[in-house]
Design a binder for this molecule. Structure first.
Ligand code: SAH
Length: 396
């Protein structure tokens, strides 16, 4: 790959020297028109002194990621192989775990290469490319992965814009094609995974510890409302934990079929559970009118969502969302409040929670908190990467 020297603006210099891994959008002074995605850029200070080198690749977040602080290091097959090897070594325990065979092998900048993730689903590997720039290294990366692991097949998703489209249909790379769904295990519970249906594969692995906690410590004999339920992952864990009944609410039509599938593959009797395809905000109105109360309400909305009638933005509307949830949570009930929004941190999230209780004249106690599990490694100088925030709240 071509290496191009580029000066960075003074304002960004210190941050980069201190180890911030993202090349921010307007950090570069000149020559932008000379660079192409996938080029290696050497970031220089105003005196032409080397700071770091990285690749140029456009994402929402920025224009690429730092790869090395060593001017002489070449970004080649061996470079990627070493980084992936290190990541695999750090997940040795996960590979050996008999109860869980789905986890993240490589977590972008947390494993020192931003814009790239690799997930493992019982022998199947899924690579996510977050820019055209990182995709330029795909031969190196795929070959390196192949040399390090035994696999059934490798799949990939291009999570960047190609001619107005984000996901390509056929994401098979090599190996023996899977029959979908692949059934994987998480703490002994089954999940159906589809690597051929767009960006979301059927469950979010970063909630693993939260789900297990709900099952083991919070579900017994409870009525559980799972809002923004997607494929019902929290409902499955609640039901297996002994919940009296689960109610799953999601707007997407596919959620019913997918939730039933998850109940079925875990031998949960579907007829005893309720699945509602509806806008949750509409459902809240209904539940309040009927004076419904739940012992536990789980809320894990997308950072941003638009339905026919409502727009939801986690950073603006989380307090209002919780105010409605408090109304339908029984006294002494539990609320599991979750967000994957990276634009605010745990402290701010807790201030949204506090506001909701204060404004509705209710009291609460925080029982426990979760952030990303250990396979979702976070870069020490890129705290935004630690996006997941989950708080278990008790009404008191
Ligand atoms: N909590 C889920 C993941 C949620 S993904 C889990 O643990 O697996 C976000 C989900 O919110 C999607 O399935 C989407 O269909 C749903 N959604 C978005 N806006 C909604 C709305 N207004 N009402 C109900 N569901 C909504």
């Amino acid at each position: 790959m071509k290496e191009i020297k580029i000066k960075v603006k003074k304002k960004y210099k210190e941050k980069l020297i201190k180890g911030y891994p993202l090349i921010q959008k307007d950090a570069l002074i000149n020559n932008n028109y000379l660079i192409q995605e996938g080029d290696i850029i050497k970031l220089m200070d105003e005196n032409n002194k080397f700071i770091a080198k990285g690749y140029y690749g456009k994402q929402n977040k920025g224009n690429g990621w730092i790869l090395s602080y060593n001017e002489n290091e070449t970004i080649d097959y061996n470079y990627f192989k070493n980084k992936i090897q290190q990541a695999i070594n750090l997940r040795k325990k996960m590979y050996d775990n008999k109860d869980t065979n789905a986890f993240r092998v490589f977590n972008g900048e947390g494993d020192n290469i931003g814009g790239l993730t690799i997930d493992y689903y019982d022998g199947y590997y899924l690579i996510n490319w977050y820019s055209q720039g990182i995709f330029k290294f795909s031969d190196y990366i795929i070959n390196a992965l192949e040399s390090l692991v035994d696999y059934k097949a490798i799949y990939q998703k291009k999570r960047f814009n190609i001619g107005g489209k984000y996901i390509e249909e056929d994401c098979f790379v090599k190996g023996i094609k899977a029959e979908f769904p692949i059934i994987v295990k998480e703490n002994g519970v089954n999940f159906a995974v589809y690597l051929n249906e767009g960006a979301m594969v059927g469950f979010f692995m970063d909630q693993r510890d939260v789900r297990n906690t709900i099952k083991n410590n919070y579900s017994k004999n409870k009525t559980v409302l799972n809002t923004f339920s997607y494929t019902g992952a929290f409902s499955v864990f609640s039901a297996l934990g002994g919940a009296k009944k689960t109610t799953s609410v999601d707007l997407a039509k596919r959620s019913r079929k997918k939730t039933i599938e998850h109940f079925n593959i875990n031998n949960i009797v579907c007829e005893e559970q309720e699945i509602i395809v509806e806008d949750v905000f509409k459902y809240f109105k209904y539940a309040m009118k009927k004076n419904l109360k739940f012992d536990m309400v789980i809320v894990d909305p997308p950072s941003f969502a638009k339905s026919k009638k409502y727009t939801f933005s986690a950073s603006k509307d989380y307090t209002d969302l919780l105010k409605q949830i408090i109304e339908i949570t029984s006294e002494k009930g539990i609320i599991v409040a979750s967000t994957n929004c990276s634009s605010f941190n745990m402290e701010t999230f807790k201030s949204y929670i506090d506001k909701a209780f204060v404004e509705t004249n209710n009291e609460y106690k925080i029982l426990e908190e979760f952030s990303l599990p250990s396979d979702y490694r976070v870069h020490p100088n890129y705290r935004e990467g630690n996006y997941l925030k989950v708080v278990f709240i008790k009404r008191v």
